[in-house]
Write a protein that binds this ligand. Structure first.
Ligand code: C2E
Ligand code: MG
Ligand code: MG
Length: 761
């Protein structure tokens, strides 16, 4: 059953059976045709034989008649008959019988007397006589031993005195002798129609017909024989067994059967071979498909140029296409789509490999590279430009550090792996080379795009034996490099770990500071040069840490920004500042710093409104100080927020002007109420010869744009005088006052009012 399920067996059986059926049909048709041919030719032979037989009988009768005539004319014999000389007649008849090989010769006298009848007693001499008288000379007579062929000759002396008759019984022996002369096997019989079976009597004489007797088929031919005695109707019955004539073709039939059997065997064999030629490749294909399923690599041998060969070829092509796609999938999984560089996964794998094969006395370097202000490029030049920049950076790094594995970890962060570094190699030179890669000019869409990067470097085995530690330490070093003023590199040092730990602690402390209300606001006066009076205060946050004492905002505001804690802190500052300001005279305003993270939060306008309504402070007395870095986020959204705040009647000041990336363009993008010139420009006034010019340029521009100016960090009278001369309208700095606690503000205001009065007086 299992074997029959095989396609090759089924094909072979199917075709074998088909062929066998067709052959059997052909053979049986041929055999049938053969039989019919044999029968027809037997019938033909039979008819021919019947004629021959008739002739044989006629010839025999003629011969007997001739011999009888010779004796009948013999003078002595005639005399013996005329004289009834019996001994002479007998001796003459005996010698005639011997000569003619006849059983019986006798004389029939006119009186009807029979002389010398020998062995054959004649049944009815009168019936014979009647025929002889009628002129017949030859034919069948009825003898005592059955029917006999007889011929007669007249005995004349000179008148007719009797008849000389020679008779030969048509018995089996005689007929068998005659039959031997026939070309086909015949059985002959002479019968009287009266004694013959009914079917013979009905049969037409002279025709060949078929008759089945006892299960065997026979051909029959009947012919009426001439009669020499009245009262009988003799017939010659010839019979031929068909089996005999068919037997002659048996060999041919056997040959046909043998040919058929051979043909079937050949057909089965050939179908088997053809089937195998199809099913064997199919089986190979099946096995190969399983192997592919099992993830093994396979290739089929192409042996022929036919459909099967082409199938094998197509299969091989499919296999290699699958393999190629797999390679692509693996590549995609391990590479960055934009730059084509290895991704973090591949990088960590390669790092693990490099660490595993690191020889004694060799170092493995991991550098974390983070582009400086990349967001700005995206925002000002667009994301496609940002992508182009990343691709260029990737290409430059790969070109400049051919020995390194450069990967993109995500965003604007890259990693570099260099292994096999000699212990005594100059590591600073490697770091310089890395940094120098960013000195290459970059143009995007025909526009020069400034690009620098901060780099953190860690080395195995000193900074960590495993990949995770090395990468973490490179990241710490990067963090430090960023904080040290960007566009620089920093090697990992154990202290960094400590700094990170401190940072984490600070974060924990910040959270409890929010909960426990450890913050306070200090206020620094803002002085109008033009009006020569105190116009407001800037609120500056202070944190009195229970253990560390006062922590500078420069230290914790950045962290609060990074962690998002600036949101609740900023909210508190706004409320507290508005609350304090509401207790001041109506012409004194308050300025509150808003950090980028705060600004990007959707709640800002709502928080501001709620702080104003809670305190009852007029919106016109609140000034929000923002820095250019708020534009690093979505510029359109930033401008929308600025406008909505401005629509509330709140004033907007641009803080730390001049330190940013593209100050002038921001200045043009929004009508700020005030521009706060960064204190570094004020500090420059004493040292740089261009200081004045810079201040003048800013105040001129701000005037043109309808914006007020304020100079921060004014500590000396000399600075104040220059600033006043160069058109700066407002002043903030230690010269006037340091930031003071809220309780000290009323005194300061009163003091200032007194001074003003004195000035006016
Ligand atoms: P800022 O907004 O530019 O504030 C002015 C800073 O200059 C203050 O530092 C102030 O004490 C200092 N300063 C004033 N006059 C002089 C001077 O004559 N000489 C010198 N050398 N410095 C002077 P502070 O209070 O340490 O604040 C540092 C920065 O922290 C601020 O810079 C501001 O960006 C941020 N900050 C302070 N309070 C807050 C706050 O409540 N929210 C937010 N988001 N940021 C704040
Ligand atoms: Mg400020
Ligand atoms: Mg400032």
């Amino acid at each position: 059953m299992r074997g029959f399920r095989a396609l090759s067996t089924r094909i072979a059986v199917l075709y074998g059976t088909l062929f066998a059926v067709v052959l059997a049909l052909v053979v049986s048709l041929a055999a049938g045709g053969l039989a019919r041919f044999a029968e027809a030719s037997a019938a033909r032979d039979m008819a021919a034989n019947a004629r021959v037989f008739d002739e044989i009988l006629a010839a025999r009768a003629r011969q007997m008649g001739d011999e009888a005539a010779v004796l009948a004319r013999d003078f002595g014999f005639r005399e013996a008959v005329a004289t009834a000389d019996a001994p002479t007649i007998s001796s003459a008849l005996a010698s005639l019988e011997a000569r003619v090989r006849s059983d019986s010769a006798f004389v029939l006298t006119l009186e009807g007397e029979v002389i010398g009848a020998g062995d054959t007693a004649i049944a009815d001499p009168q019936a014979l006589m009647a025929r002889l008288d009628a002129g017949a000379g030859r034919g069948i007579i009825a003898g005592s031993k059955g029917l006999a062929l007889a011929a007669a000759a007249p005995i004349e002396a000179p008148d007719l005195i009797g008849w000389l008759v020679i008779a030969q019984p048509m018995n089996r022996a005689e007929l068998d002798r005659l039959v031997e002369l026939a070309p086909i096997a015949l059985e002959a019989e002479v019968v009287d129609a009266a004694a013959a079976p009914a079917w013979q009597r009905r049969a037409r004489a002279g025709a060949v017909f078929e008759r089945e007797i006892g299960g065997a088929r026979f051909l029959y031919h009947l012919s009426d024989l001439p009669v020499l005695a009245d009262g009988i109707a003799p017939r010659l019955v010839l019979r031929h067994a068909l089996a005999q004539s068919l037997a002659a073709y048996a060999g041919l039939k056997a040959l046909l059967a043998a040919l058929a059997a051979g043909g079937i065997a050949l057909a089965v064999g050939l179908s088997w071979r053809v089937a195998r030629s199809v099913t064997e490749p199919l089986a190979e294909l099946d096995a190969a498909t399983r192997m592919i399923g099992a993830g093994r690599e396979v290739s089929l041998a192409v042996r022929t140029g036919d459909e099967i060969g082409r199938l094998a070829e197509s299969f091989n092509q499919m296999v290699s296409a699958i393999a190629e796609r797999e390679r692509q999938i693996i590549h995609v999984g391990l590479h960055d789509g934009l730059t084509g560089l290895p991704n973090r996964k591949l990088f960590t794998e390669q790092l693990a490999n490099a660490l595993a094969r690191r020889a004694k006395g060799e170092k493995v370097l991991v550098a974390y590279v983070d582009l400086d202000d990349f967001k700005l490029v995206n925002d000002t030049l667009g994301h496609p430009a940002g992508d182009a920049l990343l691709k260029l950076v990737a290409a430059h790094l790969s070109e400049d550090l051919p020995e390194a594995l450069v990967a993109r970890l995500g965003g604007d962060e890259f990693a570099v792996l260099i292994d096999g570094i000699d212990e005594k190699a100059n590591l600073a030179a490697i770091a310089d080379r890395l940094q120098a890669s960013f000195d290459r000019p970059i143009t995007i869409n025909g526009q020069a795009a400034p690009c620098s990067a901060s780099i953190g470097i860690a080395l195995a085995p000193g900074d960590g034996a495993d990949g995770v530690t090395l990468m973490k330490n490179a990241d710490l070093a990067l963090y430090r490099a960023k904080h040290e003023g960007k566009a620089s590199y920093h090697f990992f040092e154990p202290g960094l770990d400590e700094a990170a730990r401190r940072r984490r602690q600070l974060e924990v402390d910040l959270r409890s500071a929010i909960r426990e209300g450890q913050f306070a606001l200090h206020f620094q006066p803002l002085y109008s040069v033009v009006q020569q009076r105190l116009t407001g205060f800037e609120a500056l946050i202070r944190w009195d840490h229970p253990e560390r004492g006062r922590v500078s905002p420069a230290e914790f505001i950045t962290l609060a920004e990074e962690t998002g804690l600036i949101i609740p802190i900023g909210e508190w500052v706004l409320r507290e500042a508005c609350h304090q300001a509401s207790t001041w005279p109506a012409d004194i305003s308050v300025a509150v710093n808003v950090s980028p993270r705060q600004f990007a939060a959707p709640r800002l306008a709502a928080t501001v409104l709620s702080a104003l309504s809670a305190s009852g402070l007029a919106p016109g007395r609140l000034e929000l100080e923002i820095t250019e870095s708020i534009f690093i986020a979505d510029v359109d959204a930033t401008l929308a927020t600025l406008h909505s705040l401005r629509n509330l009647g709140i004033r907007i000041a641009l803080d730390d002007f001049g330190t940013g990336y593209s100050s002038l363009s921001y200045l043009r993008s929004f009508p700020f109420d005030k521009v706060k010139i960064d204190k570094s420009f004020v500090a420059d006034l004493g040292t740089s010869p261009n200081g004045h010019a810079v201040i003048r340029a800013i105040t001129t521009l701000a005037d043109a744009l309808g914006m007020e100016t304020l100079a921060e960090g004014v500590e000396h009278m000399a600075q104040f005088e220059v600033l006043a001369r160069e058109g700066c309208q407002n002043i903030q700095g230690y010269l006037f006052s340091r930031p003071v606690p809220a309780e000290a503000v009323p005194d300061l205001i009163a003091e200032a009012a007194g001074a003003e009065r004195q000035l006016r007086a």
